[in-house]
Design a protein around this ligand. Structure first.
Ligand code: DNO
Length: 349
């Protein structure tokens, strides 16, 4: 297991030097943020980012994300041009030594929460998804504030995208994903980069838009679209695990034993009765997931991919990017390291 930490670049209030001080930290997970989705990343900016990361003593080997342009997801004629750009990014990142690229195939919206600062009993704040709040949200009014949201969309663009997705059902989305993978996976193989799709978060349709990477059946189908180890998963416990219908331990065991998990996002989530959930601290009793059992499933299957503590709450007065402060994620990282060390010292070979 190679411990890693997400960093949003030089504007991130969480400094690389602080991340470096977390025990057992190995790699930075980052991306180029100042270019439009779908364009080719310049070699200069890739080199600058790599140098910055390596200067701090950490490795530059995981990119999250190279985002997929909506035209690819929609299967528009313009997709080929964007796919060529995507391939070029894979080549350039391969030359820079990157080993894993995380991406997702969620229409329009990335991860979605309904409130970013819900106060918990201990007065920390966290991200939540309340079904009731979601039902009142209007994705088209141009005022949504979502954590994984590209705020550069104008109201008119959004309406157009929604109209286009009205013609794109789940099967069409699968076809478009297959088309994309058949072109990019061979390039990933040539450049020794493992592609790792992030599951849909939450793993169900929202705002009437289709979502397909949601459960065991869909992960099986996904992995078969191109049966290469370069076509793999970012296994996000908090995304797949916010519904009781997905058994996290069983799924981690299954896909880790197949060697198809290249990147783990580990976090805990408290599932509420009505299809709502709250993000919680990593410690198992704080949420609905058994983090020790998940880590054991990875350990028993000799997982040697990248793993990052995923979102954290805001604690100790920290402010910043929701889910991505330093303190709670550092606690998560240390908790995970503690579990791993215990497993390695107590498990019989
Ligand atoms: C949320 C993240 C996602 C993830 C993308 C990958 O915190 O896990 O935004 O980066 O879905 O493309």
């Amino acid at each position: 297991m190679k411990l890693s930490f997400r960093w949003y670049g030089t504007d991130d209030p969480v400094k690389l030097d602080y991340i470096r001080q977390i025990p057992n930290m190995n790699s930075i997970v980052t991306a180029i943020y100042d270019v439009p989705v779908g364009s080719v990343w310049s070699n200069e900016s890739i080199t600058r980012l790599k140098d910055e990361v390596e200067k701090s003593g950490l490795k530059f080997d995981v990119i999250e994300s190279v985002p997929v342009h909506e035209d690819i997801k929609l299967g528009l004629p313009t997709r080929d041009e964007y796919i060529e750009n995507y391939k070029e990014n894979i080549r350039r990142l391969g030359k820079a030594g990157v080993k894993v690229i995380c991406y997702n195939f969620m229409p329009i919206f990335d991860w979605t929460r309904t409130q970013l600062d819900k106060m918990l009993e201990d007065k920390s704040t966290t991200l939540v998804y309340y079904k009731e709040q979601l039902e009142k949200m209007d994705p088209l009014n141009g005022e949504l504030s979502l954590p994984g949201w590209d705020s550069s969309y104008k109201k008119e663009d959004l309406q157009k995208l929604f109209d286009a997705y009205a013609q794109t059902d789940e099967e069409k989305l699968w076809d478009n994903l297959e088309y994309f993978l058949k072109q990019i996976i061979p390039v990933a193989e040539q450049n020794d980069i493992k592609m790792a799709i992030h599951p849909d978060d939450p793993p169900w349709n929202i705002f009437g838009l289709p979502r397909i990477i949601t459960c065991e059946k869909s992960l099986d189908r996904f992995l078969k679209l191109v049966d290469s180890k370069y076509n793999g998963l970012t296994f996000c416990t908090g995304s797949l695990g916010c519904t009781k219908t997905n058994d996290m331990v069983k799924l981690v065991e299954k896909y880790a034993s197949q060697g198809r998990i290249h990147f783990m996002h580990v976090r805990n989530v408290k599932i509420l009765d009505d299809g709502s959930f709250e993000e919680s601290a990593h410690f198992s009793p704080c949420g609905s997931l058994d983090i020790v059992a998940i880590m054991k499933a990875l350990y028993d299957n000799k997982f040697d991919g990248y793993l990052r503590p995923d979102h954290g709450r805001m604690i100790w007065g920290e402010t910043g990017r929701p889910g991505y402060g330093l303190f709670d994620r550092a606690l998560g990282a240390s908790y995970i390291t503690g579990i791993w060390e215990t497993l390695s010292k107590t498990s019989k070979e």
